[in-house]
Design a protein around this ligand. Sequence first.
Ligand code: AHR
Length: 333
Amino acid sequence: MRNMRIPMARRRAMAVVAAVLLAGGVAACGNSDTGGDGGDDGKLVLGFSQVGAESGWRTANTNSIKEAAAEAGIELKFDDAQQKQENQIKAIRNYIQQKVDVIAFSPVVESGWDTVLKEAKDAGIPVILTDRAVDSADKSLYKTFLGSDFVKEGRLSGEWLVENKKDATGDVNIVELQGTTGSAPANDRKKGFAEAIAADPKLKVIASQSGDFTRAGGKQVMEQFLKAHPKIDVLFAHNDDMGLGALEAITAEGKVPGKDITIITIDAVKDGMQALADGKFNFIAECSPLLGPQLMDLAKKVHAGEEVPPRIETEETTFTQEQAKEALPNRKY
Ligand code: AHR
């Protein structure tokens, strides 16, 4: 028996070797770099390229996606493109190289995606568009789109204005703060709004410029509008943040927002809803950022090879000042 005994030092060394071998084996089985069959622990790996952090809406959207991934047991690889298309293309190429299971992204602009989407398709990685669409003619380059009807948001804003100004006499001068140039929400909201206000010829857009969906951009462009145009009756801002930035420019000019200038925005994030409840904004068309749970569900389905609808639209509403007062206490973002 004495000859069979293994000395303590040797037993410890053997235990260390066994542990190293075991860890190596687990990594080799479950590593996402080895073939797109899930990450550590066999979790589905989702590569997500976010537009940036330009607005309150975007922050709420990022939080929704991160929380939903954790809840769904999905390994999320997240990249913030800082509102640059080249950064998004780089991130998508990295995800292809890492052999993630599914790629999702919110395209900063509509055009210029065909090459990288083809690379993902050739690598056998399904792509989901969230929030913003692309203008690719080849719809087989992505599995589905999940997001809002931006044309409808613009149209609802315009229809409210037509009704609100129906008794006004003389021209109603409108300035428009557009979102990021070339982005789906900027293109579509502009279109929907223009179509709706065409119903009343006295409603005239006298200036329209991009504020890039940021507060700083909204403030700066509104300052220019106020300098160039002595009579501004209405501001249509493509999101709350630009509207909030514009408030600073308007009050600095000695004008009363919500009274001297009627303000319509889109999103309905908490700060926007507060401005509406306070009477500084007049109307908001909602755009929901809470896309995370539906996105995770879709990621699981496309990974499993299930059929999904080509377009899934979020349910949204609109808010007047009175409705904002009611909704504000329960607003989560
Ligand atoms: O794509 C959605 C838009 O992007 C939101 O309306 C805006 O706030 C954001 O920056």
